[in-house]
Design a protein around this ligand. Structure first.
Ligand code: SF4
Length: 321
């Protein structure tokens, strides 16, 4: 039984075959790193960003695409791909840089969808118009705009030095959805808060906010302590205790049951880069974590929307057919 409306099912229904994700590093920065807002970054953030490292090796976007496409084709005979502009904030800076980056995507073989990671305060009307126009020019049926929210609490956002507010996120989500862009919200469980650490109630509040906004997708992340991050220093002096695996499973289950069954789930957990994880240990073994999540949802008969619009069981669209 498919207990969530997973991205894989959504794409399979749309394209009739699997669509693999290719991470692309276009060399953008982040206003919370380059001094526009601050140089400290979000408390949990790896100062190196979350890129593949291929740009540092001098590979253009087309070369990065060819590198990953070749691997996917050999391993899985994949034909269709989502271009994922992942590192830092990919709409930060002059609009000409964004336009130039999007120009480089034209003609990439097998390009089926586009996913762009950014912050809600790095978007304006002109950039959103550009994204919608380029989606159409590239002939893509969907453009996923991945916006970091993390928490629906302004106090928590201030505690983690996020540099934007909940209202900034809501305004950006509405403006993007007005142009037919699919907003994918990033949220985190177990964030440091002014009173210690966010719990399950705060995660539910965040999900409730997203249910009320024109948000088409969500990425859940368990907060982990990352080498080089401000959170690592807090952790080392005893000021932060990560969630246990059981706590995360309980919080995630409750959040999924509250989440609208129409929202596509892009991720159920964070995926630390090699070598960056300090704590908790359980966050580093993806295969084991995926199995534990699946087993937990099965054991507790949890499905997405169970308490919000899908009370009778997982809807048929959770399955790709
Ligand atoms: S988490 Fe994202 S927004 Fe925050 S500092 Fe890192 S790159 Fe910037």
């Amino acid at each position: 039984m498919n207990r969530t409306f997973a991205l894989s099912a959504h794409l399979l229904r749309r394209f009739g075959e699997p669509v693999r994700k290719i991470p692309l590093d276009a060399g953008f920065s982040c206003p919370n790193r380059d001094g526009t807002i601050s140089r400290a970054g979000c408390l949990f953030c790896n100062p190196d960003g979350s890129g593949s490292g291929l740009l540092r090796r001098g590979l253009s976007l087309a070369e990065q695409w060819a590198f990953w496409r070749d691997i996917h084709q050999k391993k899985r005979r994949a034909r269709l791909f989502t271009a994922y502009l992942q590192s830092f904030s990919n709409t930060h800076g002059p609009i000409e840089k964004l336009a130039g980056t999007l120009d480089q995507l034209a003609g990439l073989p097998g390009l089926a969808a586009l996913s762009i990671g950014t912050r809600p305060d790095c978007l304006d009307e002109a950039k959103l118009d550009l994204l919608a126009a380029r989606r159409d020019a590239l002939g893509l049926p969907e453009l996923f705009l991945e916006l970091g929210l993390q928490s629906a609490s302004d106090a928590t956002l201030a505690r983690i030095n996020r540099g934007h507010t909940v209202a900034d996120f809501a305004a950006a989500a509405r403006a993007a959805a007005d142009r037919g862009l699919t907003v994918v919200a990033h949220v985190m469980a177990g964030l440091p808060a002014p009173y210690g650490r966010e719990g399950g109630a705060e995660l539910l509040t965040t999900v409730d906010l997203l249910n009320a906004l024109p948000v088409g997708g969500i990425k859940f992340h368990n907060t982990y302590v990352c080498r080089g991050a401000g959170l690592a220093r807090l952790f080392e002096r005893g000021g932060y205790v990560p969630l246990t695996l059981d706590e995360y499973l309980d919080q995630l289950s409750a959040a999924l049951m509250r989440l609208s069954p129409r929202v596509v789930v892009h991720r159920l957990n964070a995926n630390p880069a090699t070598g960056e994880l300090i704590a908790p240990d359980w966050a580093g073994n993806m295969r084991r974590l995926h199995n534990r999540i699946r087993d937990h949802l099965d054991a507790h008969d949890v499905w997405q929307g169970k308490e919000n619009g899908a009370e009778d069981g997982p809807p048929e669209w959770f399955s790709a057919g």
